[in-house]
Design a protein around this ligand. Structure first.
Ligand code: ZN
Length: 726
C-alpha cells in the first residue's frame, strides 16, 4: 500500500462514518436523502494519485496560451471529459496576444558605466535539489501581457506599489514621473493598474519587480530550500486594463470567433481604452536591486522601504528637499528598455464538456463550472492544480453517469484558455452564450486550486451559505470536515491579529470573500449576473507566475500526496451536483440584503468623511425593501410550491435585475450595480462600484447620479422577489 492509498482509505472510512449520521438538512432540497446517496457515491471517486498524474502531464512543458503545448493540454483535457461521458468539444477563438521577441533591460550610472544588464535567466543552483524544469528552451522571456513594444532610455523614479495613493504622494512631494521610467513593486493592486496610473501621470515606461519583502526571503526560505521567491524568479502577468473590460481587446461584448470579420474588430490603433500605451516589463529582485541601490534623490517615505539591504531612494529630489544633504548620491541613473513584441491575432482553445439535464422545464438553466488551463510557464499551482482537481471532479461525475444518474439541469464544464492574458477564453465564451447564460443558475470557478492546506472561498452573498454547507460534507486531510478546519484556521488567524480583519460580512460565520477580479468568474457575475463562487486552498506560495511554479515545487511544498487536490475535486463536485439537482435554488437573499445595507451604510459614512453632500434616501429605501423581500422569499423557499419552476425563475431573475444595462461610468462592459473590480484596484472588489468610486474621486455629481441606478436595480430585484414570495 502506498502512502496515497492508505490516506484515501482512511478518508473513505471517514466518509462511511459520516454517511451513517442522520441526513443533513440542506437548503433548497425538500428531502436530501437521495442526494446524500449520490453525494456519497461521488465523494468516493476523486483520487489523489490520479490528480497527481493529471498535474504531472499538464505541467510537463511550458504551455503559454496559443502554443502547440497549450493545444496538447486541451487535447488531454478533452480526452478525460470524453472518457467520463461528457459531450465534448474544443472551441477555438482568435484573440490579440503579444509574444516577446526580444527583451533588453539595462541600467547605467551618470558616467555611463553599466550597472546591470538583463533580464537574467531564472535559475537556481543545485543546492537543496535545484530545479529540473528551469532550463527548458521553450520558456519565453519574462514579459507582461498587453505591453506594447518600445525602445526608451530615461531616468528612473521609484513609486512603491504604484497605487493611486503612491502617485499622489510623489506629486505632493514635488516629484514628477513625466517622461521617466517608473519602477514599482508587485503587490497591493492588480499590475495593470500600476501601468494605467503611471500612464495617466505621463510616465514613459514601467518596470514591475518582486520585492523580497512581499514574497521573497523576508517571508521565509526561498526555493529550492523553501517555498518563497528566489532572487532570479520573475512574476509575469497581464497588464491589460482589466477593470475597463476583459477578454480579447478587439471584441468587447462580442465573441472573437475564428470567422468574425475584421470589420467587427476594433483596429489595433484604437485600442487605448483597454491596452496600455507605455512599455512595461517585470523584473526579478536580482535585476531590480542594482537599479534601486543606485537611485539618488530623496529618501523614500519609510513605509515604501522594501527588504533589499540598502535604503530606498526616490530617484529625484522633491520640492522640500536639499538633495545634497539628504543623501550622498545625487547622481541620476538611466534605464534602457528595449521591448520587441509580436502582437497578433492568435488561436486559443477552450474545452467545453456538457452533461445534458433531464428536467424539461429547467434543463436550459445551466450550471457552469470552470478553470483556466493556460499558464505563463508550467503553471503547476496556477492554474493546473485547479485543472487536475477539476478532472477528478469530472471523473466522479462520469462514475455517477455510469450508475444511472442524470442531472435535472444541464452541467457545462469549461477549461478556459488565455485567462492569463486577460480572462480571454471565458469572456469570449460567455459573450457568445450571453442569451442562454441569462438563465444559468451558477458559475463555479477555481483557478489556483491548491498552493497549500488552507481552504478559502469568495462568493456572491446569495451563495455563501451554499458553499459552507458543501464544505461540511467533505472530509479534511487534517481530520474533521473542510468546514471545521476552515473555521479553526480563521479563528487562529484572527486571534493572531491585533485588530480583527475588516469585513463587509454581517454574520459571525466563517468568512467568505467578495468577488473582485483576476479570474474567470468576472464575465459571469459582473457582465451577465450569473451567481458565482471561487474556491481554492492556499499556503506559502512565492513562485507565482515564475518558471518555478512547476511540478517539482508543487510536490515539495504545496501538496506532496495530492490529498488537497482530492479535497478540492470533492468540493467542486458537490457544488455542481447540488446546484444541478436542488428543488429550489438555494440563493440566500436575506444575507444579500443585509450586506447591501452595510455597503450603503459604509458609503454614506465615507461620503461624510469626504465632505460630500449626497442624498442616500432612495437607495436606502430600496435596499431596505430588497432586504425585507429577501427575508420573505426565504420563507417561501423553505416551503416551496409543488412545482417550483416559476419560483426558481424569479430567484434567478432577481440577481439579473441587479445589472444596470448602461454599465459603469468609463466602463460600460461592467453591468453589475453591486460588484466590480475597482478601477484603481483591479483585483479587489469595489462594492456598489458606481457610487463608491464617485465618492472616492470626491465627485458628488457622479456619485449622486450612480445612486439612482442602484436604487432602481434594488427596486427591480425586490419587486421580483416580492411577487414570488406571495
Ligand atoms: Zn490563474
Amino acid at each position: 500500500m502506498t502512502r496515497f492509498q492508505s490516506l484515501s482509505c482512511l478518508l473513505s472510512l471517514a466518509l462511511i462514518a459520516s454517511a451513517q449520521a442522520p441526513t443533513p438538512q440542506v437548503f433548497g432540497y425538500r428531502d436530501f436523502t437521495q442526494q446524500a446517496k449520490w453525494d456519497e457515491t461521488f465523494l468516493a471517486v476523486p483520487d489523489a494519485a490520479l490528480a497527481g498524474e493529471h498535474l504531472k502531464t499538464l505541467t510537463s512543458a511550458p504551455h503559454w496560451a496559443s502554443s502547440p503545448e497549450d493545444y496538447a493540454t486541451a487535447q488531454y483535457v478533452a480526452e478525460k471529459f470524453k472518457a467520463a461521458g461528457l459531450q465534448t468539444e474544443i472551441v477555438p477563438y482568435k484573440v490579440l496576444l503579444n509574444k516577446p521577441v526580444k527583451i533588453v533591460i539595462e541600467a547605467f550610472d551618470a558616467s555611463g558605466s553599466r550597472l546591470m544588464s538583463g533580464p537574467t535567466p531564472e535559475h537556481v543552483d543545485n543546492k537543496n535539489g535545484g530545479d529540473p524544469f528551469q532550463d527548458d528552451p521553450r520558456i519565453l522571456p519574462a514579459f507582461n501581457g498587453s505591453s506594447p513594444s518600445g525602445d526608451i532610455t530615461a531616468e528612473v523614479v521609484y513609486a512603491n506599489y504604484g497605487t493611486l495613493a503612491d502617485f499622489q504622494q510623489l506629486a505632493k512631494l514635488g516629484i514628477s514621473v513625466k517622461g521617466k521610467i517608473v519602477i514599482v513593486r508587485y503587490g497591493e493592486n492588480f499590475r495593470g493598474i500600476k501601468t494605467y496610473i503611471a500612464q495617466q501621470y505621463g510616465a514613459a515606461g514601467v518596470l514591475i519587480y518582486s520585492d523580497p519583502a512581499d514574497d521573497g526571503y523576508f517571508r521565509g526560505d526561498v526555493y529550492p530550500k523553501g517555498p518563497w521567491r528566489p532572487e532570479t524568479a520573475v512574476q509575469r502577468g497581464s497588464i491589460q486594463f482589466l477593470p475597463i473590460y476583459p477578454g480579447d481587446p478587439t471584441t468587447p461584448g462580442i465573441a472573437a470567433t475564428p470567422d468574425l470579420p475584421a470589420s467587427k474588430r476594433i483596429p489595433a490603433d484604437k485600442l487605448q481604452a483597454n491596452q496600455p500605451s507605455i512599455p512595461t516589463n517585470p523584473l526579478s529582485y536580482h535585476d531590480a536591486a542594482p537599479i534601486l541601490k543606485a537611485l539618488g534623490g530623496d529618501e523614500s517615505p519609510r513605509e515604501w522601504q522594501g527588504a533589499l539591504p540598502f535604503t530606498y531612494h526616490l530617484g529625484a529630489a522633491g520640492n522640500k528637499s536639499d538633495a545634497s544633504t539628504k543623501n550622498g548620491n545625487s547622481a541620476h541613473i538611466t534605464v534602457h528598455m528595449h521591448l520587441e513584441q509580436d502582437i497578433a491575432l492568435r488561436t486559443i482553445w477552450d474545452v467545453i464538456g456538457t452533461i445534458p439535464g433531464t428536467n424539461a422545464a429547467q434543463k436550459d438553466d445551466w450550471v457552469v463550472a470552470g478553470n483556466h488551463r493556460d499558464a505563463w510557464v508550467y503553471g503547476a499551482v496556477d492554474p493546473n492544480s485547479g485543472t487536475a482537481a477539476m478532472l477528478e471532479t469530472v471523473h466522479g461525475l462520469g462514475e455517477l453517469l455510469k450508475q444511472g444518474w442524470h442531472p435535472q439541469r444541464t452541467i457545462v464544464i469549461g477549461s478556459w484558455d488565455a485567462e492569463e492574458e486577460g480572462l480571454m477564453g471565458s469572456t469570449e465564451w460567455a459573450e457568445q452564450h450571453e442569451k442562454i447564460l441569462a438563465d444559468a443558475v451558477a458559475y463555479f470557478n477555481t483557478d489556483v486550486g491548491v498552493s497549500g492546506p488552507n481552504f478559502n472561498a469568495a462568493a456572491v452573498p446569495s451563495l455563501k451559505q451554499f458553499v459552507r454547507e458543501v464544505t461540511k460534507e467533505v472530509p479534511s486531510p487534517k481530520g474533521g470536515t473542510v468546514y471545521d478546519q476552515w473555521k479553526a484556521e480563521q479563528t487562529a488567524a484572527n486571534a493572531n491579529r491585533r485588530r480583527p480583519r475588516p469585513t463587509n460580512q454581517t454574520d459571525t460565520e466563517v468568512r467568505i470573500g467578495t468577488l473582485g477580479s483576476g479570474s474567470d468568474y468576472t464575465p459571469f457575475i459582473q457582465h451577465l449576473g450569473v451567481p458565482s463562487t471561487d474556491i481554492g486552498s492556499d499556503g506559502p506560495y512565492g513562485v507565482y507566475h515564475s518558471t518555478f511554479d512547476d511540478y517539482a515545487w508543487f510536490t515539495k511544498f504545496a501538496d506532496p500526496t495530492f490529498v488537497y487536490e482530492q479535497q478540492q475535486a470533492r468540493i467542486f463536485g458537490l457544488e455542481i451536483l447540488h446546484m444541478a439537482d436542488t428543488d429550489v435554488l438555494p440563493y440566500d437573499y436575506e444575507l444579500y440584503g443585509k450586506e447591501i445595507l452595510n455597503y450603503i451604510d459604509a458609503a454614506e459614512k465615507r461620503a461624510t468623511e469626504q465632505k460630500l453632500n449626497l442624498d442616500f434616501t432612495a437607495a436606502l429605501t430600496a435596499a431596505k425593501r430588497f432586504a425585507a423581500a429577501g427575508t420573505a422569499i426565504r420563507a417561501t423557499q423553505a416551503a416551496p410550491p409543488a412545482d417550483p419552476t416559476a419560483l426558481n425563475q424569479s430567484l434567478r431573475a432577481a440577481e439579473e435585475a441587479l445589472l444596470n444595462p448602461v454599465g459603469l461610468p468609463k466602463r460600460s462592459w461592467f453591468k453589475h450595480t453591486i460588484y466590480a473590480p475597482g478601477e484603481f484596484t483591479g483585483y479587489a472588489a469595489v462594492v456598489i462600484p458606481g457610487v463608491s468610486e464617485g465618492i472616492e474621486a470626491a465627485d458628488s455629481p457622479r456619485a449622486q447620479s450612480q445612486l439612482a441606478p442602484l436604487a432602481e436595480a434594488l427596486n427591480r430585484s425586490a419587486a421580483i422577489l416580492e411577487a414570488a414570495a406571495k
